[in-house]
Design a protein around this ligand. Sequence first.
Ligand code: ARG
Length: 461
Amino acid sequence: MAMMWAGRFSKEIASDVNDFNSSISFDSRMYRQDIAGSIAHARMLGEQGIIDPSESEAIIAGLKGILEDMESGSLKIDPNAEDIHMFIEAELTKRIGDAGKRLHTARSRNDQVAVDLKLYLKDEIKTIADMVRELIGCLIAISQEHIETVMPGYTHMQRAQPVTFAHHLMAYAQMFARDLERLSDCCRRADVMPLGSCALAGTTYPLDRRRTAELLGFRDITLNSLDGVSDRDYAIELAGVLSIIMMHLSRFSEEIILWCSWEFKFIELDDAYSTGSSIMPQKKNPDITELIRGKTARVYGDLQTLLTMMKGLPLAYNKDMQEDKEAIFDAADTVKMCIKTFIPMLKTMTVNKDNMRAAAAKGFINATDCADYLVKKGMPFRTAYKITGTLVARCIELNTTLEQLRIEEYNKLSELFDSDVYDAIALDRCVMTRGVEGGPAPDAVKAQIAELKERVKNIKI
Ligand code: ARG
């Protein structure tokens, strides 16, 4: 196959080298962005009189035809093409003749690929942001059903203090809201157009770069041509944000895996979102969540690929950078796939309130409240802490709970204890009274939900 750059060469490229060099198998997914970029560039070239306006029109019409034929499937991508940019340009020239050869005036594939990738990733960010919004909405909806569902809160995987299921879920909603902010922030920095940087040193043609940016919907243009073609920060930032999203999904998945176990039985996943075992008939496995935990590794890997790929590159473009696409596409695809499965899995899970409450009733998670009771009666916290510790030890000895321990036992350690201690350490009360802003008390969680809804609504991408 004769290459676009054939003039300088006396031989055809070796077939294996062509395969090795080609990025068409993975960059063809940017064909819409490539065509949009070319249309804007051709329009601006025509407006500036750099090419004849009639040729500009011919190029635009030709590109629109190519887009239509690619969408309908009637134009097949040539797997031997070097990349999507070369493929579309060659097809254009095939269709409209010489005018097609003018499209690449004052442009290089270096700024072309950068603009394509930015356009593509901006769309991906918007899609992922919508999915994250939906996930937050789903968490809020489930939380609203469980404002009073008491469960143990843990530290060190040991029962610590009582919270509610709503409060626990809303902790994840907070994480995903931050992810949304990060996506918005990353999108803003990606929203800067590099076209006009050309190969590396800009051009002598009188381009109107701001006009091209306006046509493509970029908020600004890059202001250093070397940086314009060699910057991949936006892909790295996005991979970073996606890694954090995966880390959140993975922590959540880990909890769901635990909650599904017979040891916990806090929730049950719907049959449609679980799998069985090929040998053990009793098994119902939370494979989705395990896979999400596993896929987190590959997204972290994608981030590492991008960081390592860039770390030794001198300015400006180097072919190493062609490796950026598979990594960032994989990271975005993986996150989309995970969220898409995660949301209906959450929506269909059954919450076992009784087991949550039973777990909260054991494990002395009201011990802090017992100590606080003494503090309210004037005792210093450290003294109260020690007395409560002794009470817990006594309960363990007698195989009982603080709620059931007789008042005489309490009074052996302090005369400050009265029968009202039982109210103070009642499970519901322990939750109800944790009304500090950001706490698990129902009113505090309701306020948290209202604040988060508003915050998320105001994150613009
Ligand atoms: N396929 C290339 C990439 O993805 C496009 C840019 C090629 N530029 C070049 N000078 N060879 O990076």
